[in-house]
Design a protein around this ligand. Sequence first.
Ligand code: NAP
Length: 283
Amino acid sequence: MTAQLIDGNALSKQLRTEVATRAQALKAKGVTPGLAVVLVGDNPASQVYVRNKVKACEDSGLHSVLEKYEATMTEADLLARVEALNNDPSIHGILVQLPLPAHIDAQKVIEAISPAKDVDGFHIASAGALMTGMPGFWPCTPYGCMKMLESIGYDLRGKHAVVIGRSNIVGKPMALMLLQKDATVTVAHSRTQNLKALTLQADVIVAAVGKRNVLTADMVKPGAVVLDVGMNRNDEGKLCGDVDFEGVKEVASHITPVPGGVGPMTITMLLVNTLEAAERASN
Ligand code: NAP
């Protein structure tokens, strides 16, 4: 079997068009959805990420502000900036780009963001809302994975999903989202024994590790859906995921490519969350 691709670029395009339409409707009511992106220091990867986020906002008709600060910025000054953005009515979403310089307590900064503007979904209140099924903001990467499953009309009820990775930003929220849709969820991590025995039982596999070839064809049940969150470099320096794409695509029913899979969906869901924040604020 050759798997069907779940095209993150195509799905993103569709969702971003919907965001632009809803943003227009809000503008007609006098509200322009606004995202503030805060970058501290000059991490090259972070600079690319924030540029892409700001550009995506502009392309979808959202207002965005990029605040760049020197790596020497103090924690107190950053907390003061977050507080000012919390109180700025033109800003509906606040994103502090991680990682932050070592002298700044990243969790403290995240907790300083108003939960109503926590469009990254990293605040403890957002995590609690996800856990209890209350309204809140879902972290963008696993939220994008859920949209990808939705796009193929996949019914998770009673299915066995295996999430490989248990980080607070991908693995754990992914598991909770799948559980909320009535999947039976197994979370694997670096101490998991016999990963292959688990993945071979899975109807859905989400790989979120950050290591190449964590998932190979012999570990996948024929017809399983495979979502690849990982971002790694291969020997030629090209972007690749955690999944051995060439092998697994012959076994899976659906698979996300890297690049062009989960990556573009992450930024798209940031736009969705920002729009949602603006809609909630305007109601
Ligand atoms: P992370 O915080 O480093 O977490 C990685 C997880 O993988 C940990 O839970 C770790 O287990 C587990 N792990 C490590 N080796 C393993 C192994 N051999 N078998 C099973 N599990 C193993 O990473 P993250 O932030 O979740 O990100 C994961 C990957 O997704 C990275 O490549 C990252 O770049 C990528 N990512 C992509 C996007 C996107 O937009 N496409 C967004 C976010 C992240 P322990 O907990 O036991 O250490």
